[in-house]
Design a protein around this ligand. Sequence first.
Ligand SMILES: Nc1ncnc2c1ncn2[C@@H]1O[C@H](COP(=O)(O)OP(=O)(O)OP(=O)(O)O)[C@@H](O)[C@H]1O
Length: 481
Amino acid sequence: MFFFFRISADCQRISHTIGNDVHLILRNIVQGTGAFITLMTLSWPLALSSLLICSILSAIFLIYGQYQKKAALLAQDSVASANEVAQETLSLMRSVRAYGTEREEFQRFKKWLDRLAFVGMRESVASGFWILSFKTLYRSTQVFAVLLGGMSILAGSVSAEQLTKYVLYCEWLIYAAWRLQDSMSSLLQSIGACDKVFQFMHLPPSPEFLSKGLKLQRLTGCVDFVNISFHYSSRKMVPILKNVNFSIQANEVVAIVGISGSGKSTLINLLLRLYEPISGEIFINGIPLKEMDIRWLRQNIGFVGQEPHLFHMDVKSNITYGCFRSISQEEIEFTARSAYAHDFISALPSGYDTIIDDNLLSGGQKQRIAIARALLRDPTILILDEATSALDAESEGYIKDILHSLTEDSRRRTVIIIANSFHRLSMIKAADRILVMSDGQVVEIGSHIELLETNGLYAQLFHKQTDAPASIKHQKEGRVE
Ligand SMILES: Nc1ncnc2c1ncn2[C@@H]1O[C@H](COP(=O)(O)OP(=O)(O)OP(=O)(O)O)[C@@H](O)[C@H]1O
């Protein structure tokens, strides 16, 4: 988010510079050069003395310009951070109110504004020195020219006309140099401030987008993880996946279960090729993932995440998002029905044309729209990463039906369900096989019944989570177990 605020502030600054400063720079270069040539024709010693003053101005400006560049960078950072705090506080208003942290948030915002004010004040002082140097040098030149010129007129070596011309063109030259440096300072500020935009522009595209990979005629949806090990580059010392091996058959429904942090979502990140494994190979249809065309592959994979963020567009556009074929209204409604979303969408003020904003829908409703979006793409591999966690108790009954919609015979596909709790037991039980993850490894594989009989980690997690409400109830009733 910080990066986003920085980029938008930097881009505004670039457009301002291009619109205002570039033509001023060109104009002053032309004006200054013209004035200098005219001065040379009048008297070369006087012209060179003016040039000397301009050089002193440039030297002072070089120091000042460097400072301005740094100050601009700090100012842009502070503005972006202050915007980020404001945006975060407004979007998390409920939490801020519930925890009574309005004052703390205000202080957090003020801290950045204070820093901005401090940078601004120092910048103003530096700018004051720069203007003072210019004015002093310029006025001294005028005094010097009048004194020297007056003496030359008296000696008869310079005419009054020549002296007037000199004073006039000298003013032109020095003012052109000053305005040039002023515009250059604004340009330098923008360059300093736009550092992040340039860094962003120079980022090379990921190698997977550069190489043209394979596009298969038909994707069956069988997935193999062979000896996969992985760590995130930000935490190289912490292995997240350790020699993971498993296979998912075409059209199989597999649930991946394990405690939070065991690496379930990381498996999916690797399957979507958002990260590359450190060692091992992932195969889809028996072909190494890295040899496939990544865009084509992602078009064949549907993904519904834990917190589906919908776009600020109408419901229809949210459902058809990322689907590049022509889609009829009937097809959209049919898909929405399959995801049990049609009824609440129809009850919205403008039905499928209602624009979605933050507070319009509940978490469960957003998830049902996200499921409809995934269904419409008709992916060969569908990944549900805790995709039903926000569905309310009333919707629990729908889960089986939604799952049936996702896996019904006419539209068989490989479905991978990530679950870190047993609250959606119906989803886990409906899977053909369950993979149990612990500390970056697949420790058990089997059906719900098989895993309960094994009495391993799955059974422990299952009993711990499903028995908890019962034991609390017993405790409330004063029974000791
Ligand atoms: N981008 C990242 N950079 C560094 N570490 C990360 C990153 N994403 C996840 N991790 C770490 O990797 C480990 C596994 O995370 P992962 O999200 O795969 O677990 P999970 O089993 O899906 O957890 P949950 O069920 O809570 O979503 C965690 O310790 C997490 O802190």
